[in-house]
Unconditional design. Sequence first.
Length: 200
Amino acid sequence: MDLAVLEKNLKWRGIKLAVFQTKEEAADYLVREIQGKSVGFGGSMTLETMGLYEKLKANNEVFWHWRQDMTADEAKKRAYTADIYLSSLNGVAETGELVNIDGGGNRVAATQTKHEKVYFVVGENKIAPDLHAAIHRARNIAAPLNARRLHKKTPCAVKADHCYDCKSPERICRSLNVIWERPSAVAACELVLIREPLGY
């Protein structure tokens, strides 16, 4: 991975890059950046591992369907309209494209809608050389591992080895999103890259 190339390509697409050596440094940065806001979370093992919900909740109103007292649907709705939205990604191309696969669509949709800022928080294991490789990673690494984590009855969950393009009713890869440039409804986008492997 060439960080200078990645930063140049992201900048051209209207996306800022911030790089941190550890998840703790990245979490501290986000806590400093996000104060007194409503904050929405997309489902993410990266955000979970970083403990960001608990850290941001101290000074913000935070909505995450993994944590909320309210129903999951209500938490998703509140997250969708929050000032700030945080998500991870299933693949990041060094050429600058951002890739996510989703089952319900809430996370993918929320990264496209009106927010003051969307932060994409990723470990360096998500970086791929180009868009084709980033999509391949999302389908054949991230999706099978997530299907296994969620105990889905899909062929990919059995071995967590690759996508079978199945027709299972429990299939979680139902929507593929590629962000070519900062979505026009979003005032600002930032990729927070952590030089550690995180999430799937």
